[in-house]
Design a protein around this ligand. Structure first.
Ligand code: HEC
Ligand code: HEC
Length: 334
């Protein structure tokens, strides 16, 4: 694509945002943000909903498996090693480290609210949470295990009895996947200040957070980071305006993103738009973990995704808004 086509594509993306209810306040006109309660049902960001129909026994079993290194080849790494729940569900390393310190190729995303995403992983290569489990369990730079070995160890442990109680059978690949996915579906951060504001509580947000949200919409961030998970509902190219990968000065297989899944040239450098719900807690940023500072990530988003320089005071306000998406009590809770 030439630069003008890039511009067109981005304009189309922004159009999408308007369709989805983005309110285009001119940048800088943040004082116009006295959104009446009735209008909040049309906001670009939707409230989170409590998951329905989860079996508490499966959730409890999944929680135990999630925290148990028994799923790794040498009993050293659990899912929670790279997705510590109290810290926001991501490990804060540029790329994750698996068994024997093996370095992976991507930054760990949060496991909170991930059931809302249209697919799992930066490139969306797993369609469901059940399918996703296979990735870390067998990846040589993550848990480096094999299913037959893991199942044999689970059957020989106290899990044998627990699976019989919950699933009526010995641990099996399908029930392990099901229990972990059930647990992950329970990881919804329902009670952020922003969600309380969406529900009509005007005092839930500080003035600067309201102004930050207005800017988030007026700059066009919400054309991609939108919906209940403030992301996770579409794939987009990284670099509509300029070439991030050229500017960063190296290129890896993981940088090809969605192309690695579909093989379509138009999917090169395309990624799932990440959720921003816990983004203030989960540095470093981007699929390559290359940017340590949230303000810098926002600056780069303005530059590469929107073709705009975002004024420094506006970046601070957007950071304040993003902080309102966190539900600290949920992170501390069970
Ligand atoms: C060694 C660190 C490591 C371990 C162990 C690990 N993960 Fe991950 N996880 C990652 C990384 C890195 C990614 C992103 C990989 C990618 O997209 O290519 C990821 C992605 C995910 C995602 C996708 C989230 C999204 O928004 O796309 C889910 C869900 C997830 N992991 C759950 C698990 C579960 C369940 C386990 C245990 C069975 C686990 N992880 C073990 C590092 C780890
Ligand atoms: C055209 C779509 C698009 C627009 C517009 C957009 N983003 Fe993004 N954003 C993405 C994609 C895609 C990524 C993932 C890039 C990667 O890691 O390769 C991303 C990543 C991010 C990240 C890093 C998240 C993480 O967990 O690593 C932040 C923070 C972010 N965006 C904030 C913003 C802000 C603030 C704006 C508005 C100034 C914005 N984005 C505009 C598509 C977009």
């Amino acid at each position: 694509m030439g630069p003008s086509l890039h511009r067109l594509a981005a304009a189309a993306v922004i159009g999408l945002g308007i369709g989805a209810g983005t309110c285009m306040v001119p940048a800088g006109a943040a004082e116009t943000l006295a959104v009446p309660v009735a209008a909040r049902s049309h906001e670009a960001i939707r409230p989170l909903r409590a998951p329905l129909g989860l079996d508490p026994q499966k959730v409890a079993l999944g929680r135990k498996l999630f925290h148990d290194p028994i799923l790794s080849a040498d009993n050293t790494i659990s899912c929670a090693t790279c997705h510590p729940l109290a810290k926001g569900g991501a490990d804060n390393l540029p790329v994750s480290l698996g068994v024997k310190g093996a370095a992976g190729t991507a930054n760990s995303p949060t496991v909170y609210n991930t059931s809302l995403n249209l697919a799992q992983f930066w490139d969306g290569r797993a369609t469901t949470l059940e399918e996703q489990v296979n990735g870390p369990l067998t990846h040589p730079a993550e848990m480096a295990a094999t299913w037959p070995d893991v199942l044999a160890r689970l059957r020989a442990s106290a899990y044998g009895r627990e699976f019989r109680a919950v699933y009526g059978a010995e641990p099996a690949e399908a029930s392990v996947r099901d229990a972990i996915a059930s647990f992950e579906r329970s990881l919804v951060t329902l009670d952020s200040s922003f969600d309380r504001w969406l529900a009509g509580d005007d005092k839930a947000l500080a003035d600067e957070q309201k102004r930050g949200y207005a800017l988030f919409k007026s700059y066009g961030c919400a054309s991609c980071h939108q919906g209940a998970n403030v992301g996770g509902n579409m794939f987009q190219r990284f670099g509509f305006f300029g070439n991030w990968f050229l500017d960063r000065g190296r290129s890896t297989q993981a940088d090809l993103g969605r192309f690695n899944v579909t093989g379509k040239p138009s999917d090169k450098y395309v990624f799932k738009v990440p959720s921003l719900r816990l983004v203030t807690l989960t540095p470093p940023y981007f699929h390559d973990g290359s940017v340590a500072d949230l303000k810098q990530a926002i600056r780069l988003m303005g530059q590469y995704q929107l073709g705009r320089d975002i004024a420094e005071p506006d970046i601070d306000l957007i950071v304040a808004f993003l902080g309102s998406l966190v539900d600290p009590a949920r992170l501390a809770g069970p």
